[in-house]
Design a protein. Structure first.
Length: 276
């Protein structure tokens, strides 16, 4: 346990304020850094991408509760800086933080890397997010893509910032598992898909039934699923850019389906088809 005089205890210190500012997009863009919170996300970062972790702050209580974090940090050669609860609360974006905050370097993947052949094969499953604005949806789709074994996620410049703290939290660490490219315009992405022999399927209410697509073998091919805005979906222009449109059917009485839920179904249907 650290002594009291070893604790960072001033919530108004410039260092604490610099970390807290990373909740804002301007600060993230200026520094190339982002905020990581909670034991699950911090553990995944230390396990899979420790070179990205620049600073790690924790309350003594949190380190006692999540003792593997200190071990992972030690193995990665990262010092844990102990802070008071007040300092941790100032740094964190959440209302009830879990005692752990890390400052990490941003690490977007390039589209060129995503479409580079691996072992003679290109990508089989990709999620494309066009104007997805809700951080929770974006993060959950990244998490679902990771779970379904997708090769990558691509977020157009009209979507929410990948390093928004709410997006990062919603990925629950999947951000460190699956490559994510950002800031590319949709026409360029679709052109790269066509060059790589990857079909683009738009998830849209105007599309054909997903079950019919599944039974007809449409999902057997390498696929990039295109997901649009939560409220408006895809524009007619962007819908026309896809090779086909598919809708997840609703068999009950729900008015609609949450975007992230529908995306999870689509990604898993492709994953099942590719492994059948």
């Amino acid at each position: 346990m650290p002594r009291n005089d070893d604790l960072l205890d001033n919530p108004r210190s410039p260092r604490v304020r610099a970390v807290a500012k990373l909740a804002k997009r301007d600060a993230r863009s200026e520094t190339g850094l982002f905020l990581l919170e909670g034991p699950q996300a911090v553990s995944e970062a230390l396990t899979y991408r420790p070179e990205l972790v620049l600073e790690l702050f924790a309350t003594p209580t949190a380190i006692e509760r999540y003792d593997t974090i200190e071990q992972l940090a030690d193995e990665a050669g990262i010092d844990v800086e102990f802070v008071t609860e007040a300092v941790l609360s100032t740094m964190a974006d959440t209302v009830t933080p879990q005692g752990l905050v890390a400052v990490c370097r941003q690490f977007p993947t390039s589209v060129k890397e995503i479409f580079a052949a691996a072992d003679g094969e290109g990508p089989k499953l990709i999620a494309i997010l066009e104007e997805v604005r809700d951080p929770g949806n974006a993060g959950t789709i990244i998490r679902a893509a990771d779970a379904a074994g997708a090769d990558a996620v691509i977020m157009t410049g009209r979507s929410v910032d990948l390093y928004n703290p709410k997006v990062v939290r919603a990925t629950t660490g999947s951000l460190f598992h699956v490559p994510v490219a950002v800031g590319i315009e949709l026409p360029a992405i679709i052109a790269r898909c066509r060059e790589a022999g990857v079909q683009v399927l738009a998830a849209d209410v105007k599309g054909d039934d997903l079950l019919a697509a599944r039974q007809g073998g449409l999902l057997d091919a390498a696929t990039a699923w295109l997901f649009g805005n939560e409220a408006r979906g895809l524009t007619d222009e962007n819908l026309a850019r896809a090779d086909a449109a598919v809708v997840v059917p609703i068999y009950g009485h729900a008015e609609s389906m949450n975007l992230a839920t529908a995306a999870s179904v689509c990604l898993y249907e492709s994953a099942f088809a590719h492994r059948a």
